[in-house]
Design a binder for this molecule. Structure first.
Ligand code: VGL
Length: 183
């Protein structure tokens, strides 16, 4: 059983002070830092949009390539991130799922390293976390979402609860950071 940690879009623009913030986005940073070392493999996805993209028709401009907003949160421990997966890089590319990364084939990357269990953390529960988790299930990974290590935007009340329910319904297991540190 080989497990990997996926940190989804823990970028400045998705944290308080950013362009499209999850109100508690920064709160998950210490939680993720505290579990990272339990994983032999850690991948971080980044939303990585061009300056103009159809995606900004639906959303405020965020995570533009090489901008401050696209940087990983400065509090996140970065020395044991093995691979960054860049997504949403095209001008018509939504890139909600980490499995849509354009710089690597994430499925292949994980399977080549014998990963069978993927633990997902990060932002935003309703969009990129959900899409990544559902793709992970479809691609055959045992898929876990670490409940206290994910944050939502909650554009409409109930969005986060609904997204969690949809993930569980799709075969995702919810765990907590305590489950991981207690083995
Ligand atoms: C995201 C909305 C728009 C996310 C990205 O990272 O979940 N949400 N783009």
């Amino acid at each position: 059983m080989m497990k990997a940690l996926l940190i989804v879009d823990l970028q400045n623009d998705f944290c308080p002070g950013g362009a499209l913030p999850a109100p508690e986005g920064d709160k998950v940073v210490p939680v993720i830092n505290s579990i990272m070392h339990y994983f032999p493999l850690v991948v971080a996805s980044k939303d990585w949009h061009p300056d103009t993209t159809a995606h900004f028709g639906a959303w405020p401009k965020h995570c533009v390539q090489n901008s401050w907003g696209a940087e990983l949160h400065p509090g996140l421990r970065q020395d044991i991130i093995h691979q960054v997966a860049l997504k949403g890089t095209g001008d018509r590319d939504e890139g909600y799922s980490a499995f849509e990364a354009s710089n690597i084939n994430l499925e292949q990357y994980l399977k080549e390293r014998s990963v069978d269990s993927l633990y997902i953390t990060g932002i935003a529960i309703e969009y990129c976390v959900k899409k990544s988790a559902r793709d992970a299930v479809k691609k055959g990974f045992h898929t876990f979402v670490v409940r206290d290590a994910v944050a939502g935007i909650e554009l409409h009340r109930g969005d986060v609860e609904r997204a969690l329910w949809e993930m569980v319904h799709a075969g995702v297991m919810l765990v907590t950071s305590a489950d991981i540190s207690q083995g």
